[in-house]
Design a protein around this ligand. Structure first.
Ligand code: SF4
Length: 454
């Protein structure tokens, strides 16, 4: 049940709230006459800055909501619901008052290494603790003020994901170049407030590795509430001059693995968790097996590229019989397209799954595509652009079907260089199908190829 009261007031244009995207029919929101396009400005008199405020303020069974209709008319609604019942609305955005950008100039910032001419959104240097809580984005904490820390504590925005990089002031100055660096102080304030923190260290050769990494790990290990530490290698493009190497050589990657292993063993012995994890790239570059799934403590930094390979391999192993049958059933040329980093893993997987009689002359092959668009050490599949994919796929023999992982495209189906994924086929004169980066996706792609030979 809901009551409605028209206020008829005009709200100043500067005030912003959350724009309603969808309303579930017959939900409490629908019964309160909330409609898509309405802008919810306040709940029980408190303004809304983001969906976190919405969830925080409207967490009871009744809420007084101030909404502005698309024409500018402000109305106040009382919404009520049964205990546990959802309100039945979604918002067009998660942050209503603008995404906070960073006040740093990190030496390795990937956004500043991008070639010109990409979508504007790709250059956005967000550093917003709300997106850290909601989406797992890493934040530096250098733009937090006291009010932010209080809010995080009050609303218990835990866990947060923090880019720390180093605990040495001089190294932080050199790497992060914050306008004002109180990041370590904020880190401790958040821990004191009971917020769990997952930490990222971007490892830069000769800067924050070696002894500096040892100091950072010791500092972090002393702090309760640090849920995990993820170490990822510096990524650099060819559109800058400061960096030219990053643990790409097997010996350099092995050295990092050897340094971190004692920490992992000590934590496993003491707490039963690995705690400090290395990005998949270290193992792939070192040409050693990625650790077993139980090493990853439930994959707390999966989105950070830590454990993806293990997870994919294990999923495929679970479905090995189905995959082998599907591989055997493919009779016309099929190519699995991937970045150069993952290509050797995929090839080994394919070899292990391929029925023995087909290994000498397989229909299914792997195509490793170099990333010339970004250059540098960029080798992951998700950063491949049409400018690299198109010439590589177009060189495949006529009649080949190419399976391209769907991570190359965004939710609008656009590749990073703004080419619609749907145009890849037309541009290469080959049949191109997108598949998800899962065992399911691979199996589906193989079955489709077997059922519809080209
Ligand atoms: S915190 Fe550093 S790496 Fe992240 S966006 Fe800002 S400058 Fe770039």
């Amino acid at each position: 049940m809901s009551a409605r009261a028209d206020y008829g007031a005009r709200i100043p244009a500067a005030a912003r709230g959350g724009v309603v995207a969808t309303v579930v029919p017959d939900s409490p929101a629908a019964l309160a006459f909330i409609e898509p396009g309405d802008e919810i400005r306040a709940v029980d008199g408190s303004p809304l800055r983001d969906v976190i405020d919405w969830q925080w303020l409207a967490d009871g069974d009744s809420a007084s909501v101030l909404a502005v209709k698309p024409g500018g008319l402000a109305e106040e609604f009382t919404m009520t619901r049964e205990p546990g019942e959802p309100w039945g609305l979604t918002f067009t955005e998660t942050v209503f008052d603008g995404v906070r950008t960073c006040s740093n100039k990190c030496a390795f910032c990937f956004m500043t290494q991008l070639p010109k001419g990409l979508r504007r959104a790709l250059y956005l240097r967000d550093d917003d603790f709300r997106l850290s809580f909601l989406q797992g984005n890493f934040v530096s904490l250098t733009n937090l003020d006291d009010a932010d820390v209080e809010r995080i504590a009050e609303q218990n925005l835990s866990p947060l994901y923090v880019s720390l990089h180093s605990i040495d002031t001089e190294i932080r100055d050199r790497l992060i170049c914050a306008r004002e660096d109180r990041g370590l102080e904020r880190f401790d304030q958040l821990l004191d407030a009971g917020i769990d923190l997952h930490v990222q260290i971007v490892l830069v050769p000769g800067v924050n590795d070696g002894d500096a990494l040892e100091r950072s790990l010791r500092w972090l290990a002393e702090r309760e509430g640090v849920g995990s530490v993820g170490i990822v290698p510096l990524g650099y493009t060819g559109h800058q001059r400061a960096f030219s190497a990053s643990y790409g050589e097997s010996q350099a990657a092995l050295a990092v693995i050897a340094q971190v292993e004692p920490w992992q063993k000590a934590f496993r012995a003491r707490d039963g968790i690995t705690w400090v994890h290395l990005a998949d790239e270290f193992y792939l570059n070192a040409q050693v097996e990625v650790p077993a799934a139980d090493h990853y403590d439930g994959f707390p930094q999966y989105e950070n590229g830590i454990g993806l390979v293990r997870s994919y391999l294990d999923d495929c192993t679970e479905r090995a019989d189905e995959l082998a049958d599907a591989l055997a059933a493919v009779s016309s040329p099929l190519t699995l397209v991937t970045g150069t980093l993952f290509a050797p893993v995929l090839q080994r997987l394919l070899d292990s799954l391929m029925p023995e009689g087909l290994r000498a002359n397989p229909s299914v092959s792997v195509l490793a595509v170099e990333n010339s668009f970004f250059g540098g050490n960029v080798s992951v599949t998700g950063l491949l652009t049409a400018s690299d994919l198109v010439p590589a796929i177009a060189k495949l023999p006529q009649g080949t079907v190419a399976l391209v992982p769907d991570v190359v495209a965004n939710a609008d189906g656009l590749l990073l260089d703004d080419v619609p994924a749907a145009e890849l086929g037309m541009r290469t004169l080959r049949e191109v199908r997108l598949i998800s980066c899962t065992a399911d996706g691979l199996l589906g792609g193989l079955i489709q190829a077997a059922e519809t030979p080209h």
